[in-house]
Design a binder for this molecule. Structure first.
Ligand code: HEC
Length: 217
């Protein structure tokens, strides 16, 4: 049976003023149910949620964690050769400043419940610069969702390489250098010559890019 709870709930004040008390009670229940279905409680995320990337758990080239203490469930999907649906609380990172966090099922069907974050990081910690769902654009003018939605469904928005996303122009050496020089990690100031060169190459690559449109900044 299908009941349009949202529509029924919006009629409630009108009916309940005139009709039996039982109807009012039913309305209260339906409003509660409609509310619960429309928006499961979010997993709270703030600046303090994030820390040194390399203290998360490495999986191939990226890192994972779980904010609800269910790291094993997250690892099971991340390590699976056939993909799967990441459980709520999953945290996924490739570079220090960009994070995906899995909110509870039904939270945002368009992004399959992933919330996207762009951070500013320093030795003092993390500051959330942007967060949200389909609308989040990173500092280079790229929309997280637009790229990640291209991952084939079994990979649940995780791109890696070969999952169907357009590639990003970062080499493995550049990605590794960004991870190893995350300023939130102890010892990050000791930079190897190879990493220093990779970061220089990355800066040159970014300087070549046209400036993003003003609206995306
Ligand atoms: C231009 C397309 C593009 C944009 C824009 C983009 N990503 Fe990605 N992202 C990728 C690709 C491709 C990879 C995999 C790269 C690799 O493994 O070499 C990736 C990797 C990641 C990963 C590691 C897991 C994975 O999917 O492999 C996370 C987490 C992530 N991106 C988050 C974000 C967030 C958050 C934003 C926005 C603030 C963002 N990305 C913007 C394409 C993009």
């Amino acid at each position: 049976m299908h009941i349009d709870t949202a529509r029924f709930a919006s009629d409630c004040p009108r009916h309940s003023a005139r009709r039996a008390r039982a109807f009012a009670v039913a309305c209260t229940l339906v409003i509660a149910a409609a509310g619960a279905r429309a928006a499961p409680a979010p997993i709270p995320v703030n600046d303090k949620t994030f820390a040194c990337i390399t203290q998360l758990t490495p999986v191939r080239g990226f890192y994972v964690g779980n904010l609800l203490g269910k790291l094993g469930d997250t690892l099971k999907v991340a390590r699976s050769a056939s993909g799967g649906v990441y459980p709520p609380g999953s945290v996924v990172q490739l570079v220090p400043t960009e994070v995906m966090v899995k909110q509870p099922a039904g939270f945002n069907p368009a992004t399959r419940d992933w919330e996207f974050f762009e951070l500013d990081v320093s030795k003092d910690g993390s500051k959330i610069r942007k967060r949200g769902f389909v609308e989040v654009v990173n500092r280079f003018g790229g929309n997280c969702f637009a790229c990640h939605v291209k991952a084939r469904p079994e990979w649940d928005f995780v791109c890696e390489t070969g999952h169907g996303c357009d590639p990003i122009p970062l080499t493995d050496q550049m990605i590794g250098a960004l991870q190893r020089t995350d300023p939130r990690c102890p010892g990050a100031e000791r930079v190897s010559a190879a990493d220093a060169q990779a970061l220089k190459d990355l800066a040159a690559l970014q300087a070549k890019k046209p400036a993003p449109p003003a609206a995306a900044r």
